[in-house]
Design a protein around this ligand. Structure first.
Ligand code: NAP
Length: 268
């Protein structure tokens, strides 16, 4: 119970990696605020945490919308809750590219995908850090973990918005780590490779993504799996274990890092 009396906010906690992180932090004693859009899924995660003897509150908001910061601030004031641990995990992937054979420049669909991806993957983490870091500084203790990607270190083909957002998230991590280092607040990024979640399945099963990458749809799953030196998909709980470790007192010397969990898929 290393995180007893700590309160953690996890975005994208309704499923996938975020759900695994929330459950792992609860197992270590932290109280949870679970954030995502789907209220039913959030309630299911809350019930699972309560069955384990933990506590959780939910906040169903769309992090792409600016109003979500105000809603969050109001809710924290109502609950009289101080967040010690912020996990910026919510994210979306969009296949996008500049159609060099067609109209010059971007069509409105590409532009919308860019804006939505940057809003969820980069602007929301920035706003949440801005909202919650001052309280951590005042307490002299805090943990921020941003879920980036190995695509935040080496660009992804036909996923420029995603790569840009994940590179940006590592930049934000490094800047904030330097700013907050003297205040007892650590800021790190975790960079997964292929993790077995809806996001990875949707990408691998997307005919457009397969077409662009010259991959046969039927073989796509095996190609993705075999591209990993460990020849397997990472499980969400493996990411959760690293995130939870970064939130402990034992990890107080680790800040400004971007740690891969990818079965060897990237070694940079
Ligand atoms: P996932 O299964 O698709 O889950 C995404 C989570 O984000 C869900 O809880 C979703 O909840 C939430 N979310 C999405 N848009 C949101 C919005 N506008 N407002 C609030 N919440 C939103 O994805 P995952 O694989 O667990 O990914 C988690 C993180 O890991 C992401 O940042 C992703 O980029 C990163 N990552 C994943 C992989 C992979 O292979 N899976 C690899 C590298 C990095 P609702 O739908 O309920 O809103």
């Amino acid at each position: 119970m290393e995180l007893l009396e700590r309160c953690a906010l996890v975005t994208g906690a309704s499923r996938g990696i975020g759900k695994a992180i929330a459950i792992e932090l609860a197992r270590m004693g932290a109280g949870l605020m679970l954030v995502a859009r789907n209220e039913t899924h959030l309630n299911n995660v809350r019930s699972e945490i309560e069955r384990m003897g933990g506590t959780a509150v939910i906040l169903a908001v769309d992090l792409a919308k600016e109003e979500s910061w105000q809603i969050l601030q109001r809710r924290l004031a109502e609950e009289k809750t101080h967040i010690d641990i912020l996990i910026n995990n919510a994210g979306i992937y969009t296949t996008d590219y500049i159609d060099v054979d067609q109209t010059p420049g971007w069509d409105s669909a590409s532009s919308q995908a860019w804006q939505q991806t940057l809003a969820v993957n980069l602007t929301a983490p920035f706003q949440l850090c801005r909202t919650l870091a001052p309280d951590m500084v005042q307490k002299g203790w805090g943990r921020i973990v941003n879920i980036s990607s190995i695509s935040g270190k080496k660009a992804e083909t036909f996923g420029s918005a995603y790569s840009a957002s994940k590179f940006g998230l590592i930049g934000l991590t490094q800047s904030l780590a330097l700013e907050l280092a003297r205040h007892g607040v650590t800021v790190n990024a975790v960079c997964p490779g292929w993790v077995e979640t809806d996001m990875a399945k949707d990408q691998i099963n997307d005919p457009e993504w397969c077409r662009l990458n010259n991959i046969d749809l039927e073989e796509s799953l095996d190609i993705a799996r075999l591209s990993v030196p460990q020849m397997r998909f990472i499980q969400p709980d493996e990411v959760a274990s690293m995130v939870a470790y970064l939130c402990t007192e034992r990890a107080r010397g680790i800040t400004g890092q971007a740690i891969n969990i990818c079965g060897g898929l990237s070694i940079t």
